[in-house]
Design a binder for this molecule. Sequence first.
Ligand code: NOJ
Length: 552
Amino acid sequence: MDFDDPLWFRDAIFYELHVKSFYDSNADGVGDFPGLIQKLDYLKNLGIDCIWLLPFYESPLKDDGYDISDYYSILSVYGTVDDFKKLLDEAHSRKIKVIADLVLNHVSDQHPWFQEARKDKNSKKRNWFVWSDDQSRYKDARIIFIDTERSNWTFDPVAGQYFWHRFYSHQPDLNYDNPEVREEIKKVMRYWLDMGLDGFRCDAVPYLFEREGTNCENLPETHAYFKELRKMIDREYPGRILLAEANQWPTDAKAYFGNEDEFHMAFNFPLMPRIFVALAKQDAFPIINIMQQVTPIPENCDWGIFLRNHDELTLEMVTDDERDIMYNEYAKLPKMRLNLGIRRRLSPLIEGDRYTFELLHALLFSLPGSPIMYYGDEIGMGDNIYLGDRNGVRTPMQWSYDRNAGFSAADPEQLYSPVIINPNYHYEFINVEGESRMPNSLLNWVRKMILVRRKYSAILGRGKIRYFYSGEKSVLAYVRNYGNENVFCIFNLARVPKAVMFDLHEFKDYTPVEAITDSDFPPIGELPYFFTLNSRSFFWLYLRPPGDNTGK
Ligand code: NOJ
């Protein structure tokens, strides 16, 4: 990634982490900014380009910080604003960008704005929220947290009215029809951008406005507001980015790129579950089919591709059939499910299978878009489904086999969360230090893949995609192309080996070069090209043109 290129995000690898979970520098059991600064060299060495910080603002932490009670401060247990500035400086000096979560749909009910609003009908803040005397309005809006909420309205006895909330009932939605709210959020953004932050992952973007007779998602007013925010970024902070969290069907998700005048990036929510469906069905179709629906997008925008994140693996926007497949394959115990989703980390989802782990990362690093990794997945961390809500996938990062996985010098009972001690995923076995020493560990394999991707970053980041078909449904193949450069990627999703052939004669006399080892395959001729692929294996092949001795 070119750090100074305004389109840096197109070639970047993102790494999502919670300050709380990463490294505790002062032995109080909770990770903090000084701790994260100490671990920046680890991230640099891993090869990532941009950190995405989960919410670190003042908060009662009833939704792990997505319930903000002061946008202009940092939760003291994580550090100070000066620590935050130091993080930006230290990250930037290593050519690592930093983006932060911006929760703009709602606040905590502890926020002084809400406290003022509820107490007095005539207060200036009353109209910063959405009120009603009964629950009859906006009936067509779905409930998102179906396991805990019965309605999007909650009666507040102090206010004597119902207030509107799309998430937990302690998270009142802000009223975006109020110009003061719209201006305040711009002020919040400027506050952090002025410190040097490189952009925002905007939380829950589809839900800002409410309109009767609609499902209150993706409304034109919402798009118009984000276009306003984008204008502000382009004018005042060029090179900073907005990344949309819009868990929607393909057409609605794509719409957040606007006409290159809205979000720079959006999470590829449609793709993520279909990758797992494709694996379960041993069939490439779900991936190709959904990719065809989420492309094309405007030239200077990109999808953020991910396998897992800090939430449950969401299954809201899939068909009933797809959801059944997912539950049957990946969530056999009821405890593994939450709302419409699966609350498990990557490694346990795939039952610790190394081949599937590699295959999934080879997809993550070669499909169009910028990869977004979730902390701990690079070492194959496990989860704890017996912790409530989504806490099971938010346990402390495992640094070493020392006390508390090397995460903290506090007493174990003081940690914000227990570390993983299930024998299959025990921190004594799965940790950064140990894996760094083992040449063939997951961690070293991921590092290697990131290096290989970097070599082909324009092709794999910005290039076009074209699918190739062999007649074998479990084999996915595509060429990524950028200018004159091509990389042929082929994946066997099946649990058994496959022999396939592809018509590659358009690349006659090109030499496929296996990208990880730089080893030449026989040149391509007129006849179909044969591949034998072990179960759940893949190749990335740089197609070296005839007469090109420069290598890649
Ligand atoms: C989406 C976030 O990813 C999730 O963790 C949070 O609970 C909801 N938004 C509500 O803020």
